[in-house]
Design a protein around this ligand. Sequence first.
Ligand code: ATP
Length: 364
Amino acid sequence: MKSSEVRLDRLSKNYTRMVAVDEVSLAIEPGHMVALLGPSGCGKTTCLRMIAGLIRPTSGDVFVNDKRMTDVPVHRRNVGMLFQNYALFPHLTVEENIAFGLEMRGIAKADAARKVSEALNLVQLSSFGKRYPSQLSGGQQQRVALGRALVIEPAMLLLDEPLGALDKGLRESMQVELRALQRRLGLTTIMVTHDQDEALTMADKIVVMRDGKLEQVGSATEIYQRPASKFVAQFIGASNLFEGPVEQRNGSGAVIRVSPELSLQVDRIPPSANDVMVSIRPEAIVVERAGQNPAAQRANSVMARVDQAIYRGFVSHYYLKTPSGGQIIVFEQNQSQHAGLRYAVGEEVIARWESPSNHVIARH
Ligand code: ATP
């Protein structure tokens, strides 16, 4: 299969009373898998449907391998599509369902049979060709739909919440399977999801959208470790967000005053920022018993009380309250499968963290 480069150039879609997609520009490398991620209504599906040719943009263009596709009708774009409601034909067998797109394209019977058998192989359903959709599990039906999308040897694959209808376990294994297949085929793929875990698991690049605009584009690690805004920090994973004025600068870093009991030393801060937000991931915080001689008043360290403690097997989640009422979320990896919660609700603790784990978001 060919790997295509896809480029969106100031792509917009306006409806009467609203802008669904607002000047989105994006370059997708050949063979990459990109996830469009964002809350409901942010414009993900509209964007994907414009790439497919199902919705005509109000302005802007879609390019595939530098060819302008904006006026090319959907059946000429050679895109494979897979949606949450994959709608197989119930009266056709698995083979016939997969062959359907080939017949529409006028492919000769012998050629079609070979392509169907290859597609069945790809989606690991070789022995299921003669069955009807009603005789398959949800995951198998979704694989048939994937086979149907792949059999036409598409220039790109477009997925809209493709695993949304599956239960959690099956969904997770299909995520890994679909990603492995996409990699093996080197097929440029764009996927819409509102599930951050799905995006982190599957995508080379994550595009976070908000109100029709791109909020941040980056790899999973970039998005997680260096969120560009408060919105991204809160949308991807859990985050402790502390806000405050710069109290003192030291070299390229600074001390941020968050509350009377909490100051943060950060290593790097934009030169012109006077007031910043610091995102600290829950797993970057270390909790210790307060003991006799608490180390409060040091930077990046605060006394707190355990407000909630939740054991979750591999990790424990602690919700701490600081004296001024601030909340700090901590994820602590449990040392062995026999270890339970280390801290009880009501216990006095010290929460502290290293400054490299702080990520500064300049406030607008
Ligand atoms: P979800 O995750 O809920 O599917 P989404 O991010 O995919 O959401 P879109 O379906 O792209 O969002 O919709 C973006 C915005 O455009 C929404 O506010 C939606 O109500 C609006 N919208 C979509 N289609 C139309 C339409 N045909 N007419 C008017 N408004 C529309």
